[in-house]
Structure formats: C-alpha cells, structure tokens
Write a protein that binds this ligand. Structure first.
Ligand SMILES: [Zn+2]
Ligand SMILES: [Zn+2]
Length: 883
C-alpha cells in the first residue's frame, strides 16, 4: 500500500478529506487546503492566506448583524476552510477538476490550478460577490429589499458540487454547485473555469424564518447530489434534458428535490469552450421527504449518494445518531425500501463514502467516526428474488478480528500469503495497525484516535483516511511536538469490483473490459490508484494489461481506418469523439500509462521513467487519418499553421505508415490539395506517395518477393522538407524521425507529438503530465493571428524575425508563418501575451470573418487530452493558461 503521508497540520472540521476525479487528494486545515498531486504526491496548496490578507485590507468595515441574525462567523474576519468540494472531471481547461472551499465566515471560493502542477492554486471566483450582485431574487414576501435578508442570503452554510451532466449535443460537461444560504434557500451556480453564473434558486423548505437567538433554523445542511439521468421520451428537445436529485437535511428530516437541467437548442457545435449562460436552464421540482431521524432535534449529520444506480435504484445513505440508514429510491423519487444499519456511534461522523462492491448489484458504504470507529456496509437493495443480504461490519478499536487469522504459523502457500497481505491492507486494519504502532512507539497501553475524514479514490478501490493519535493521559505534553496528521491508504474487499465497474478489468460473464474514455477516468487517477497498491501493484498491472490486450479492432486485418467521417460543422467534436472516445484506442492509451510505471513491483523507486514510452502506430494512424479527413474550409486554406499540419501529417503518413492504403491515399490527396489550393511545391512528396501506392498494389497482388520495395522506401526517407525549415540556418528539415526534427546541417528540435511540427518556442507548448509528451499549445493560435495581422499591415515586415515555414509559392511571393521571434514576444510584456491569448480565446478558437474555425484550432482545442495516453496537459507558460 502507498506509504503514509505525514502533514504538520490539524484539520478543524470533519470531512476534511476529498479526492478529485483526476486523482488529487485535498485535505483542509485552517487557512490552507493541501493538495496532493499524483506522480510524486508532492503537496502544494490552495492557500486562503493571500486572499485573507487582501480582504482584511480592502473590505469595508461591516456593521455587526442584528442580534437575532448575529453570526460569529461574520465577526471573526476572513475565516478558515470548513469544507471542500471538487468539481467533476472536465470542468477546467484541459479537462481537469477545480476546487470549491467553504470558509467559516460563510463564503465560498472557487480555486483553479496555477500555471503548472507544482504551483499553488489561485482563487478564480468568490461566490459571495455573485450572491451580492445577483439581481434576480424575488422579493414577494418583502415589500422592499430588507437588509437583514440580503445579509442572510449571502451567508453560505453548506454546499455540494454535482457530478458532470453531459448532453449529446454538447461535448463539454456542465456542472452545478448547490449552495445553501442562511435564508433557507438553495442557490445553484453553473461553474466552469471560464464561466460562473447563478442558474436557479429555490426554498429548501416551506417555513417562516424564525429570527430569535437560539431559535434560528435558517439553513438546510448536508447537501448531496444524486447522479444525473437523462430524461427520455416526449418531444425531441427532451434529448437535452437531465435530472438529478439534490438531497439535504433539515430538522431531522431528509429531503430530496429533483433538479432538471436542459440545454436550449442552438448551435452547440460552434466552439468547444463556449459556455453561453443563456443556454443552460435549471428547474427545481417538488421536494419529497425520504427519511427521518429519531426526532426533530436529532440531526441528520451526513448524506451521500451512490455514484451509480444499483438494480435500477438510486441509493441514498444518511447518518443519524446510532445508525446509518440506506434508502433505495426510484427515478420518480419514490422510496422503495429503507434499511437501518445500527452502529451505536454517537460521536461525530468524520467521513462517509460509497465505493463499488464485488458485484454490480451491490455497493459498499464506508464510514468513520471522529473517534476512529468504523463501519462498512455491503449493501444490496432489497427485492423479492435476491438472496444476497447486506452486511454491516463495525470495528471499535479492537481490530478486524473476523478477517485477521490468529495463527502464528507461516502461511502455507503463495496464495495464502497474498490473501493475508490483502487483508492486512484493508483500510480499517491499516488504521488499527497505525494505532498499535503509535502505542508501541510511546510505550502506551492505550491511546485516542482522531479521524478527520475519509475519501474514496476516483476508481473506488482505495480509501484514504486522515487521522492522528494522541495519548489520553499526562504524557500529552511530551508527545505534542511530534504530533501530526497522517494520511493512510487502504483497500476494501470490493476493490476488484471497482476496477471492473470502471471498465478496466473484464467483468464476468463478459470476456473483454468495457474500457472507459479519458474523459470518464483520467489517466492520472488510474496511475495513482495503481501506485497506491504499492508492492502489490505488479499483480494488478498484469491483470489489467491482460484484460486490455483482449480489446481488438473490429475489422480483422486492419485498424478500422475505413469509414472515418468528420462532421464539417463540428470538427473539434468529431475529432474528439473519433479519437478520444474510441474504445480500442483507449485500451492502448491505458496500456501506454502502464508503460510509464518503470517497475510495477516497486513503484516507489521511480514512478515515472524519463524516456517517453513507445508509440502505438494505431494511435498515430488514426490521428493522421482523422485530421486528413477533415473537410478543408476557407479559413483552413488561409491558415499557414493548418497547412503546415496537413503537410507534416501527410509526410509522416507516407514515410512511416506506408503499409496502410487509407493513410497513403489520404496523404496523397492532401499533397494534391496543398499543391493546388495552398500553392505549395510538393512534387517530391507526390512522387513518393505515388511510389507507395504502387508498392501497395504490388503487395496486394501478392507479388512482393521482398527484393526491392524496402530499399526504395529507405531511399525515400530523410528527404529535406521544402516547407518546414530550420530556424537557425534556413535549411529544410528532414523526415527521418517522428520525434525529432533535424535540419540538413544537424540542428535538432523536438516535434509536437500530435501535429509532428517542430517546436521551437518552449512557451508555446503544453506537456502531458503522464507520458511527458509535448504538444503545441493553443497559444500558438494567437501567434498565428498576430503574425497574419502583421503581415497584412506591415507588408510582411513584422514577420521577418522568425523563419520557419517560409513558403515559396513559386511566384516569388513569400508568406511567413513564422512565430514572432523572442524580440517581439518577450516575456517582459505579459500584457501583450495576455492580449494575444484573449484573441485566441474569443469563443475559444481562432475564427476567420466567416466564423469558420481553422483546422489547427480544431485540433489544438478539440483534442484537449493527450492522444497517446489520455493524460492531462499543463501549459508551459502562463500565456497558455490564460486561454
Ligand atoms: Zn539548421
Ligand atoms: Zn500523454
């Protein structure tokens, strides 16, 4: 299992731990949120501190609230982190997650990643500001805007981030953040990294607000979203409707409220980053009560939903004093069954989460109290014909006696030994072991455990626990200086089911795994989870690889390269669905991730190898065929970057993938287009593609005796490009290696692993954090716009600094596609870069006057995760992050 993490901080609220879908583990304590990123688990922060200092200096003095609505939170200044919530995957640029933090002074801040994975996160939105400035509040009950109401409305008491809601017409997922305020309302925010607005608000319960000290009951608590379900039937527009339930607790009751979101019809395909606020609407339906505590004064202290439906039901669990209740709910919100699992816990619940179980008809619920007591429920929804029964397993500091064999004898066989290790690595046992270690270390006969939170990993096979141990007598002051919070990792007995449910291991009776897309399961989270298994990961890696090896392309003798179709109206969406959602390619991508584990048996030594893993020609062939099949519009014709991409992919096609007729023929068509429409001299390239096609004819007739073909091919390799020239000496680049571009005088630069263009400016690249491949970033689109603009205005003078890609169209005119050199885009002019980036992000893509996006823009924005491994990119300069 992964080594423990020791942090010198003490969380001051339960539920201090949360794990994002892209594998980042967040622990909140006082004014920081520590974020532990995969790869090396190096902690970094989302620090409220600078924001705190800033707000102390700038915010005007606020008069204390009236006695009946007085809140100590308001008075204590900027406040500390009280709760954290991760957005679903895909909300941030490059499809990462963003983080919401609720503070003790009732405010919500939304953080986004910094420029690189190791820099601190920064605040993007302060939701309080949106709540103050929102003009849509209805004030039916109030004749005029009441200052107290306004004040209570902006105090946030509880919040929850929905899972991603997807619509067939839109490639980007949407997410809603529900915020419960001090005015008994729930406000739904629609948030992505580049959009924030209030989508809907409604009353949590119908109640007159009592304003009296000690009697204020003005907020609902424990918000939790069910998974989304597409609304079917009815008219055509319903295809773009989804429904989820928002659950919350109030006065000992559990309510659920259906929320229906819809995308208004329109041109969704226009741009991949366009979040037009008018397009999404959210409507709250009628609330239903689905559960009760013992009485009005016995609070519901935690609520959570299972991530997937089990046997057709949504599964909701809530915690009341001494028990956990699990409710199966049908799609109309009707309660089908309620089961009580008594645990006798009266202390606070520190953490509560669902994970997949061993079979699709079951789900596991993990719970830890703040005193370190735990309960694991393996739940099956009750129905007549099911024989399996749910089990509940409570530990109370006595260890996992059921599972740990008492015998001291050496284990008999390898399997037994493996089994013992598996049991020892269950999270409840790991927690107990750490407690025993602590007592042994300090020579104590007894000690107190504190648990601050538990979190399930994105796959669901690992549970992380934030805990600390303390002596419960006078030794306290001796050990205090050594105290720290530990984050420990452990599995549970349903871990294998988790891999199956996520589609990475074949699930009987099926022989093949379903294979997720990188949009569903991030490669980072996948690797992190394997690394968490530590010494035991070799076996898992082996099984996953064997499982993925069973996935083959549909046609028996090729790679499914025929019948590639691209919708000219939504090129970026077509490219993404053809390339990133193709199951066979995704199986290769997850295998590529496994290659980055240098030694699965001992991943601690070196998590990532430095050399990039081997290329899968299938992925390159699909990339080339898809991009060369894109209908070429007039914007592409005018875009030098697009022309260079078409050229370089066609060259890689004829020199590297000549055994595939589809690739060679598409390349030949591309060269013909380049020579006629873009006026590029590609006679040599056309000759080579003609030779390749006659080669293929020979092979297809079965006349290849192995004598001459290879020799001719080798002679064709390595010709100097007329289009792609060296920035230093103006010689043509040769085509001998798809990773490195080398000119005839020997200057070398790396090629972009998506477009195969030489990359000369570090600032215009982005890097995949999993396989470390580097790709041109969207920032280059802004450069192209800039340079084209300069050429028009300055008669080409502005473009004279660089020299790559000077094109001779035969008529003596030169068109420069060069990046402006270092002199014109120096890092010392951030405002200029910002401006350039803003130009590129106008609607997310570079468009010409006719509103068409160029091929280059569709590729660089549409393929927003690594095509080779599915990993997330990080821009190498801040300019890229601004886009
Ligand atoms: Zn050179
Ligand atoms: Zn990658």
């Amino acid at each position: 299992m992964y080594r423990d993490l020791r942090l010198r901080l003490f969380p001051n609220h339960p539920n201090a731990l949360s794990w994002s879908r892209d594998g980042q583990l967040c622990v909140i304590a006082s004014e920081t949120a520590q974020l532990l990123v995969p790869n090396n688990l190096k902690p970094h922060h989302a620090s409220l501190r600078t924001h705190l200092l800033h707000s102390i200096q700038t915010s005007p003095e606020v008069a204390p609230a009236d006695a009946e609505v007085y809140s100590i939170g308001d008075e204590q200044g900027p406040g500390y982190a009280r709760a954290a919530a991760w957005s679903p995957l895909g909300v941030s640029e490059f499809r990462r997650c963003i983080l919401g933090i609720l503070t003790t002074n009732h405010q919500v801040k939304v953080f986004v990643p910094g420029w690189d994975p190791w820099s601190d996160w920064v605040i993007r939105y302060d939701l309080t500001k949106y709540l103050i400035e929102y003009s849509g509040w209805d004030n039916d009950e109030l004749n005029k805007e009441d200052e107290t109401t306004a004040r209570m409305r902006v105090r946030t008491r509880s919040f929850s981030w929905s899972s991603a809601v997807t619509f067939p017409a839109s490639r980007r997922a949407e997410s809603l953040l529900a915020v419960a305020n001090d005015n008994l309302q729930i406000v739904l925010f629609r948030i992505t990294h580049d959009h924030c607005s209030i989508a809907e608000f409604f009353k949590g319960v119908d109640l007159r607000i009592v304003r009296k000290v000690g009697l204020r009951e003005t907020w609902v608590s424990c918000l939790a979203w069910s998974p989304w379900k597409r609304v079917r039937g009815g008219d055509e527009g319903d295809n773009n409707k989804s429904k989820a339930f928002l659950a919350y607790g109030f006065r000992g009751k559990v309510y659920i409220c259906p929320i229906t979101v819809s995308l208004e019809s329109g041109d969704y395909s226009r741009s991949p980053r366009d979040h037009d606020p008018s397009r999404l609407s959210a409507v709250a339906g009628n609330r239903l009560v689905v559960g009760n505590s013992m009485s009005d004064v016995h609070l519901v202290s935690a609520i959570t939903w299972a991530e997937e439906e089990i046997s057709g039901y949504l599964i909701l669990a809530y915690v009341i004093p001494r028990s956990v209740m699990v409710v199966a709910i049908n799609s109309d919100g009707g309660v089908m069954s309620t089961r009580e699992f008594v645990n006798g816990f009266v202390d606070h619940i520190a953490g509560f989460c669902f994970t997949p179980s061993t079979s699709p008809s079951r789900v596991m619920l993990h719970l830890a109290s703040s005193n370190g007591r735990t309960q694991i429920i393996d739940y099956t929804p009750t129905s007549g014909h099911m024989s399996e029964k749910s089990t509940s397993h409570i530990t109370e500091g006595a260890g996992d006696e059921q599972d740990v064999p008492m015998s001291d004898a050496p284990p008999g066989s390898r399997e037994e030994e493996e089994e013992l290790r598996a049991i020892a690595s269950r999270w409840t046992n790991v927690l107990e072991e750490r407690k025993q270690d602590y007592m042994a270390e300090h020579d104590l006969s007894t000690c107190t455990s504190r648990v601050y939170g538990i979190a399930a990993s994105p796959m669901g096979g690992i549970i992380a626990v934030a805990c600390s141990f303390h002596p419960n007598d006078s030794l306290q002051y001796i050990t205090a200086s050594k105290e720290m919070t530990k984050i420990v990792f452990g599995t549970h007995h349903g871990w294998e089911g988790a891999w199956q449910r996520r589609g990475l291991l074949a699930e009987p009776p099926s022989d093949e795994p379903r294979v997720p897309t990188p949009a569903e399961i991030s490669s980072e989270a996948f690797l992190f989870e394997i690394e968490c298994f530590g010494g035991r990961s070799a076996g898992i890696v082996d099984r996953i690889r064997k499982s993925l090896d069973k996935v083959h392309f549909q046609d028996s003798n090729g790679w499914d390269l025929e019948n590639i179709s691209i919708d000219g109206a939504g090129v970026h969406a077509s490219l993404a669905s053809n390339l990133l959602a193709k199951r066979e390619l995704n199986a290769l991508r997850y295998k590529c991730c496994l290659q980055t584990l240098s030694d699965p048996a001992n991943p601690r030594l070196s998590l990532l190898i430095n050399a990039p893993p081997k290329e899968y020609p299938e992925i390159i062939a699909h990339t080339i065929c898809n991009i060369l099949s894109v209908p070429r519009n007039s914007a592409t014709e005018k875009s030098n970057l697009s022309i260079r991409i078409i050229y370089s992919l066609a060259c890689i096609g004829i020199l590297g993938l000549y055994n595939f007729r589809q690739v060679v023929e598409l390349a030949r068509k591309a060269f013909l287009w380049l020579s006629t429409r873009a006026k590029v001299d590609v006679r040599t390239e056309l000759d080579i593609s003609d030779r390749r096609i006659s080669d293929l004819d020979v092979m297809e007739r079965g006349e290849d005796d192995g004598s001459g073909l290879q020799e001719i091919r080798d002679r064709d390799k390595g010709f100097a490009s007329r289009l792609e020239k060296c920035a230093l000496c103006d010689q043509g680049m040769t085509w001998s290696d798809l990773r490195v571009a080398e000119c005839s005088l020997g200057h070398r630069v790396s090629r972009c692993t998506l477009t195969f263009l030489p990359m000369k400016d570090y600032k215009l690249t982005k890097e995949c954090m999993v396989c470390k491949r580097t790709v041109l970033s969207e920032a280059i689109l802004a450069h192209e716009v800039e340079n084209n603009g300069m050429n028009k205005n300055g008669g080409g003078g502005g473009g004279g600094l660089g020299d790559e890609g000077m094109m001779d169209d035969g008529g003596g005119n030169t068109t420069s596609t060069s990046k402006a050199g270092a002199a014109s885009a120096s890092p010392s002019s951030p405002s200029r870069r910002r401006g350039a980036a803003a130009a590129a992000s106008q609607g997310g893509v570079v468009v010409d006057r006719g509103g068409e996006s160029t091929l280059a823009a569709s590729i660089l924005t549409g393929l927003d995760v690594c095509v080779h491994c599915g990993g997330r990119y990080w821009a190498k300069s801040e300019g890229g992050s601004l886009v």
